[in-house]
Design a protein around this ligand. Sequence first.
Ligand code: ASP
Length: 432
Amino acid sequence: MATTMKSLLQKLWFRVLLGLVLGIVFGFAIAPMTADGPLGMDGKTFLTTYIKPIGTVFINLIKMVIVPLIFFSLVNGIVSMTDANSFKRIGMKSVCAFLLTGAFAVCIGLGFGTIFQPGLGVDLSALSSLSGTAVAPVTAAKEVSVIEILVGIIPPNVIKAMADDHILQVVVFAIFVGITLNHLGHKVQNLIDLIKSAATLVFSLIETVIRFSPYGVFALTSWMVGTQGMPILKALVVLVFTVIGALLTQYLLFGLMIIVFGRMSPMPFYKKMFEPQLMAFSTSSSKATLSTAMRVVNERIGVSKSSTAFVLPLGASINMDGTAIYLGICALFFSQAYNIPLDSHHYFILILTATLGSIGAAGIPSGSLFMMGMVFTSVGLPLEGIALIAGVDRILDMMRTTVNITGDSLITVLVDKSEGTFDTELYHKVDA
Ligand code: ASP
């Protein structure tokens, strides 16, 4: 018993969950205390004065890595793509398919978030912003034309764009830098190597920041529960079920895509994908699942070696449909909870940033929490809620990673089939 507990405590997801549970208990226990009690102040003031700052540190750590993460991971992604110059056609096909399915997945997320309104019934708008750097909420959304949006995403001043957290402008700059580096090729090899190292650095920074999440989750959950009470917990449960419903829908749509675009039965795909799906479910990491998925897709599903080697790793790093769905729903959750109405222009930006977020998210556990910062910032939503979501993130991460790796494998199958290199006989062959 003691050893089981010890080994559980070594697992980060368990500590985060514990942070959530203890945060709920602590918040409910402290909130009713009065000024003449042992705290010397009322419970809510205590939570706001002494506990919330721990959460603020966590949120600021997340914010700290957002801009470098977006910049270096995007430039690195673009630069890595030309490594496979000879696969240009397959590359173009795959990237288009990944982008389309990603954007479509965000729309499913936004659809579910609009229909089920998980953030309704809570009012977080009264809560003061966590840190001085929080973005100003978009309370009175003004109509902006598509032309204005397009002009607005070109950064006249890159440093200012980074300092102001103008995410789309940073993205545009990163794309310019990436494409130009590719053009210059080995003339700037040192810089390309430097950018690759910087990308490795930001990914490991994320892992360091995530280690702090149990404390951040504890602090912000107890503060939110203490000041908001039961409605916030109810909203969280609705959010979890909304995400699960949307992920299941996407999962079924994958089957439909095999029927429509691959003109095959989806059953062998679903059956044979079980092994990588189990791996994705238990590790919550597309990266960790990649080698299993590659083996299964090639040896049991019938995808050619070259498509497996090129399309699947590309998908595992830039195609995350489950993550895209999650980012879309979470953005709507907070717009509802903070009472910040979003208009069509915000929806457009959400589709753009959540798709980019799913591209940029690292294929590691809780990779999307960092991209949430970028998505929320782009439409002016406050970030403190991220810690609340982080408490339930693991279970949703297991499911969205399963959807992520299934989506990558599906596109790999469809691209291979369109190239005429797919082994249909092997696909239909029942495994021994
Ligand atoms: N854990 C996910 C993955 O590896 C990324 C995410 O956090 O959404 O695919």
